[in-house]
Design a protein. Structure first.
Length: 429
């Protein structure tokens, strides 16, 4: 990247020049990596809202304009024309694949979907009603015990295929374990999304006939979730990977980070919120009023974003898709009606306008998941399925970064200054 200029900083009478780094979309960053050695000062940025942790050529977001692009391609175009495995290749390799490359990749994924048979015992050791998220995180982490993992390029490439190919099987088996049904094996004649639906919903007693409307909606969700630059879970993957931990360990940590309700867990919380509003006979106005009241402990889930200060472009695509899927399936959705009411009220309300709080991807994703039959406790597991491609692309970029170092932030210490140890019998009660 070109370094065009420097910024001048004065601190305690000492002046420092900080190189300015610019990105390909003219974003500006101050390189403060020598600040501490020159001045003893560090930067302070809780939540890293204003700190760049790496150079990356994978995903571009302009939160003010509501832009999201994978490797330069607008998310709206990928949503309209691509499929998940093609978008995954784009994220991983930087370019859209040729037809032959896509066919080879798809075949490779399709023929690696089975899990090592010993995994059956591993799944069976979880409590019968365990939430599928910890089962999924633990299983992905344990892949390094079942499969070779190393930093050598051919083995890493094999691990990448295994992660993308086997994750749907892991996700579906985590669900089957949680409801006490037999595990269903993958089918190589089905596409990526359809195969997952088959493993989720077929039983030894009954075939599951995949509705193309449902598998297309799922594939769209996977594309929209595939990457989102340096968010909490992706930064976790990079942080864990920066210690040279293996890719399975790093991705497992990313899955755990995604689980929280402020991140990927929000889609589950959105549906719980919509259900609570419907079941308690609360109006959308009443709920929005509670979300504005800081003492209520209530937030309008699926609203607001650290980066987007206008409409999340993924939410725009999903809102239309939601409508399409619900009409095509011929069902009615009280949740969708309430979601649209909440959005309409919030978008007129000074509280949300002044704080730039708009619907995010999770506001509508839960409604589609629900409409296509995915149980609520699987929502975040589904988010991770899409995000897998992005996490892997970011892990590999981190590993190949010539400037890469182990992640190790500093702190401003606010505890006690030095004091002498007091013997136990001399301390007050
Ligand atoms: N409902 C009500 N008030 C909100 C909301 C909300 N959903 N989100 C933010 N605010 C208020 C917040 O109280 C604060 O007000 P004030 O300035 O008066 O103190 C202001 O808006 C800024 O909020 P913040 O918490 O400082 O913003 P943040 O950038 O740290 O957090 C967020 C971003 C996504 C965690 C937050 O907006 C939130 O909790 N949203 C609901 C959870 C959610 O939908 N999460 C999914 C994120 S998208 C999926 C993903 O990419 O992970």
């Amino acid at each position: 990247m070109p370094q065009t200029a420097s910024a001048h900083l004065e601190i305690d009478g000492q002046s420092v020049d900080l190189p300015i780094i610019t990105g390909s979309e003219d974003e500006v960053g101050l390189d403060i990596s020598s600040l501490r050695s020159q001045t003893r000062a560090i930067t302070f940025d809780p939540g890293f809202g204003n700190s760049g942790s790496c150079r990356s050529s994978i995903t571009y977001i302009d939160g003010e304009k509501g832009i999201l692009r994978y490797r330069g391609y607008p998310i709206e175009q990928l949503a309209d024309h691509s499929n998940y495995l093609e978008s995954a290749m784009l994220l991983l390799n930087g370019e859209l694949p040729s037809p032959a490359e896509l066919t080879a990749f798809t075949d490779n994924i399709t023929t690696h979907t089975m899990l090592h048979e010993n995994f059956r015992g591993f799944f069976g050791s979880f409590p019968r009603d365990a939430h599928p998220m910890p089962i999924t995180a633990a299983t992905v982490g344990s892949m390094s015990a079942f499969y070779e993992s190393s930093e050598s390029t051919p083995i890493l490439q094999q691990s990448v295929i295994r992660l993308i190919a086997k994750y749907p099987t892991i996700a579906a088996w985590a669900y089957k374990q949680s409801i006490g049904q037999p595990f269903i094996y993958p089918r190589n004649d089905l596409d990526y999304a359809s195969n997952f639906l088959h493993m989720m919903f077929a039983t030894p007693c009954e075939e599951y006939v995949v509705n193309p409307v449902v598998s297309k909606a799922l594939d769209l969700l996977l594309i929209l979730h595939a990457d989102h630059e340096q968010n909490c879970s992706t930064s976790t993957v990079r942080m864990v990977g920066s210690s040279q931990a293996n890719i399975f360990a790093a991705i497992s940590a990313g899955i755990s980070a995604l689980w929280g309700p402020l991140h990927g867990g929000a889609n589950q919380k959105v549906i719980e919120m919509l259900d609570a509003i419907a079941n308690q006979g609360q109006t959308a106005e009443q709920f929005v009023a509670a979300a504005k009241d800081k003492n209520s402990g209530v937030r309008l889930m699926g609203f607001g974003h650290r980066v987007y200060k206008s409409f999340d472009p993924r939410a725009k695509v999903l809102k239309q898709a939601c409508d399409r899927v619900i009409r095509a399936l011929g069902i009615s959705s009280r949740q969708l009606e309430i979601a649209m009411e909440l959005e309409e009220i919030a978008m007129r309300d000074e509280y949300f306008i002044s704080r730039n709080l708009y619907p995010n991807v999770d506001f509508y994703s839960g409604v589609i998941y629900k409409a296509i039959g995915i149980p609520v406790n699987m929502f975040t597991v589904m988010f991770a399925m899409g995000r897998m491609a992005g996490w892997i692309a970011q892990y590999i970029e981190m590993r190949d970064d010539p400037d890469g170092r182990i992640g190790r932030p500093r702190q401003i210490y606010t505890g006690a200054t030095e004091r002498a140890y007091v013997a136990l019998d001399q301390r007050s009660a």
